[in-house]
Each structure stands twice: as C-alpha cells, then as structure tokens.
Design a protein around this ligand. Structure first.
Ligand SMILES: [Zn+2]
Length: 308
C-alpha cells in the first residue's frame, strides 16, 4: 500500500480582494511570486509556506486558458534559485481551439517550465489544484528532484513514487541527465549574421537528450517585451513540451493573450538537420486568427572548442 498521508483541510484562504491583488502582483512578475512576497505573506497571515502555497492555487488557475474544457487548473512550483531563495513559480493549463487535444499545455508543465526558464535550480514542492493526470506524472518523472519533492493537492500530500510506481524514466533510455540537471553544453550555433543572443542561448539550454534538436521560440509583443520558450523532452516522448507551447504558456502567465493586438512576431530557432518543431508549431498557431506568420530559422551546430 502506498503511504499517502491525508492531511486535514486548511481553513485558510485568501479573500476575493486579496486574490485579485495577488493576481496583479504575479502578473506583473510574469507568473512568479518572488521570495520576499512569499515571506511577507507567511508573516502577514502567520501561516507556514505550505498553507500559503495551497491558498495561492485559485490564483494560479486564473491564468488558465481553457476554451474547450472550461476546466481551469492551477499549479505552483515552490523552487529555490541559485542563491537558495524560495520563489513560487505559477502555472496553468492552456488549450488550443480547433486543434488536436494532444497539443494542450497542462498546468504542471506550465509551472515547471516557468521555474526552469526563470532560474529555479531545485524544486522543493509542487502544489496542484487537482490530482495530476498520468501525463503530468510522467512529465514530473523527468525532473532531477523527482524522488524528493512533495506533491501537494488541496487536502493530500504525496511523493511522485507513490503516484507513479514502476516508472519508465530517462535511465531506461540510457540518459543519465534530467530536466534541471542538464548535460554539459558542448555545442554552439554556427551563426553568420547578427542574431538574438537570448534566442540562441534559450535554444542551447533546451533539454533535448532524445532528439538533439536544440530549439527555442521567441514571441515578441508590441508593448510587453519578448517571451521565450525552450524545448523540454520527456523519455516517454508524448509529454514533451514544445518550444512554442513553452513560450505561449509564458505569455499567458504575464496575463497576455495570443492576439494580433499583442503579438508582434513569432520566431522558431532549431537545429539544422534535426528539424521537427515546425509543423507542431504551425499546428498550435493555426488555433489563432490573424497572428503574424511564424518565422522559422534552422542553424547548424558546431562543437565548442575545448578549453585547455
Ligand atoms: Zn496533466
């Protein structure tokens, strides 16, 4: 029998007004509640981090875009940055109308992607507003901290091994690395013209142990800067998060919409000779009307010179 621990439901929740105020703070930080705010909330309400984390779940769900299911899921990663500071990284599901259901972004993927792209080095806990589906359990099994982090549901707490026993994971494909514990980067892109450095470094930071297709997407907006997405693969392949899904999720966590009024341009960069993201990206974008055309760039990789 799994040793699941049933906890008593916490009576604490934020009022509608407090939720709205926190929503605006998180939106301003593009889907992150910084450590100083987390500490201030714990102190203000005299509650431990877990209680504040769970109380934030309805706010995370406010970022969901679920035109098909109308089922709004919130997830939050409690993670540590390189300095050991503890931030909340929010996530929510994103659905695409008129497209295959398999293209949706799940809330847990969104939160983990948000933490990964924004400097989290260690995942301590993941809180979710509803039980994680099998796909998300598999996605979480790709994480470096898969055996240690706590999964907090509104009234229960688990370890991943309890929810996903006898798991198939990276090691089964001979991959010794994992998401948040990447292989040393031995490549660079062979760039001949001036190029967006951040898009290049995003693509090189992609977690692509199975395809080798280093790829990233940049969504430029008219007034709110650029949003980047990175390709994150999974040993079971299907739960992999495409760079476009990753970038769209980041844009929604800033409270923005994929509309022609917001989006100025969309660029996909991937490894020449390994391209497999173009059609998937086009399929997702076909869900929207009147967006600028996807710019697709393929560059060859070169081995970095060895430093002696
Ligand atoms: Zn899921």
């Amino acid at each position: 029998m799994p040793t699941t621990s049933l906890q008593t439901a916490t009576a604490f929740s934020f009022s509608a007004g407090q939720q709205q105020q926190l929503y605006l703070t998180i939106k301003r930080h593009a889907g992150i509640l910084p450590s100083t705010d987390v500490a201030a909330l714990c102190q203000q309400y005299n509650q431990p981090v877990d209680v504040i984390l769970r109380a934030c779940l309805p706010i995370a769900a406010q970022f969901a875009v679920a035109p098909i299911s109308q089922f709004f899921v919130g997830a939050i990663v409690c993670g540590l940055d390189a300095q050991g500071e503890q931030h909340f990284y929010f996530g929510a599901n994103v659905e695409f109308t008129q497209q295959a259901l398999s293209l949706v972004v799940h809330a847990e993927q969104s939160a983990i992607n948000n933490a990964w792209l924004n400097g989290a080095k260690k995942i301590v806990k993941i809180a979710i507003s509803d039980a994680p589906c099998g796909y998300c359990r598999q996605f979480m099994n790709e994480l470096a901290d898969a055996q240690s982090f706590d999964i907090l549901l509104p009234k229960q707490q688990f370890k991943l091994a309890e929810l996903l026993p006898y798991a198939f994971g990276p090691q089964d494909l001979g991959n010794a690395y994992s998401l948040f514990n990447p292989a040393p980067q031995l490549h660079g892109f062979a760039v001949t013209t001036e190029f967006d450095e951040q898009l290049l470094s995003c693509a090189l930071a992609a977690y692509v142990p199975y395809s080798g297709n280093y790829s990233a997407v940049k969504i430029s907006t008219f007034e709110n800067g650029d949003f980047y997405g990175c390709y994150a693969e999974n040993a079971a392949y299907s739960p992999s998060l495409s760079p476009l899904q990753s970038a769209v999720s980041q844009l929604h966590l800033a409270g923005l919409t994929m509309s022609k009024e917001v989006v100025k341009g969309i660029e996909l960069l991937q490894t020449q000779g390994k391209e497999n993201q173009l059609t998937a990206s086009q399929a997702v974008l076909a869900s929207y009307n009147d967006l600028p055309a996807l710019q697709s760039i393929s560059l060859p990789l070169k081995i970095k010179p060895t430093v002696i």
